[in-house]
Design a protein around this ligand. Sequence first.
Ligand code: ADP
Ligand code: MG
Length: 352
Amino acid sequence: TKRIDPIPVAMYGGRQAVSMLPGGGIGPELMSYVRDVFKYAGAPVDFETVDIDPNSESNDDLDYAITSIKRNGVAIKGNIETKSKSAETLSRNVAIRNELDLYVNVLHCKSYPGLPARQKNIDLMIIRQNTEGEYAMLEHECIDGVIESMKVVTASNSERVARFAFEFAKRNGRKKITTIHKANIMKLSDGLFLETSKRIAKEYPEIEHNEMIIDNCCMQLVSNPHQFDVMLMTNLYGSIVSNVCCGLIGGAGLLSGRNYGDHYAIFEPATRNTGKAIAGKNVANPIAMLNAGIDMLHHLGHVQHADLITKAMVKTICEDKIHTPDLGGTAKSTDVIQNIIDYILTVDVRPW
Ligand code: ADP
Ligand code: MG
């Protein structure tokens, strides 16, 4: 079976270099918090910061970012803005995922006990195709006033994302996978995605498999989300459903998302927001980006550092209840981070 197999990367003095793409809006401030927390937790990671000019029409910055990630194997990323409205200037975010062939996005949507939320005790996974579908970016005006936009679904990408989902479920003790689709209307494209997942499901008889139409899925998520375990879907449905799930457990400021291919991985906040309106005000919730950092530490095998930061973070938001305004609190972003660092300093009994 296939596994995520990072290409061996250079490590200097046992420290791992990772690419850091702050992006726009609140990205840079959130990255500075990740750096601070990593420093106090003693995480053996060095950041190579890569900025991409949102006003640029050229792809030089983008090419440099991709080279950096290929060199380091791993990146932490904010949302990059693309100012140009021209169809020729591709979204940098999409271009990076495509170029590195990060064909799957994984979101673990798990409630934090004691946080204000629409729904409690949620623990579900979203496995999303991350490089094609409605994000093919093949749009054109065929005649005046008529736009065509292509949705591309391939057998090979449908198969590898389905296989990833079942393998993931098996290894993580998950019991059920639900394929989310609209194959009743998009019979060929979503039909292929659905049929492929059904075929792969036969290889995993120990995991229950069912299907649900995307519109019903949205209703079910809001009214009865506990029926879901692992959800498998195409790119655009994944984007929307991810945001619904984040909303259910407390908003855009909490959860992280992981982008994987066979060779590279990128970690980022789950809802991929720029957060422009709240940038520079010291009010953005730093937890989503910190969770991306924790995911990255797990990926690099630095489990003890990841656990130390997780403990400090959970203590800060669930017990001490230091909450930014998105969670109904009055704390500043820096109050949350200071509390996390203070806890790391008091409990730090690192044997390593
Ligand atoms: P987009 O980048 O898609 O335009 P926005 O930046 O408008 O999305 O973000 C959507 C909403 O989520 C906004 O209300 C924004 O303030 C909020 N948001 C996003 N990230 C955070 C965060 N880290 N902390 C608090 N609120 C956030
Ligand atoms: Mg916006």
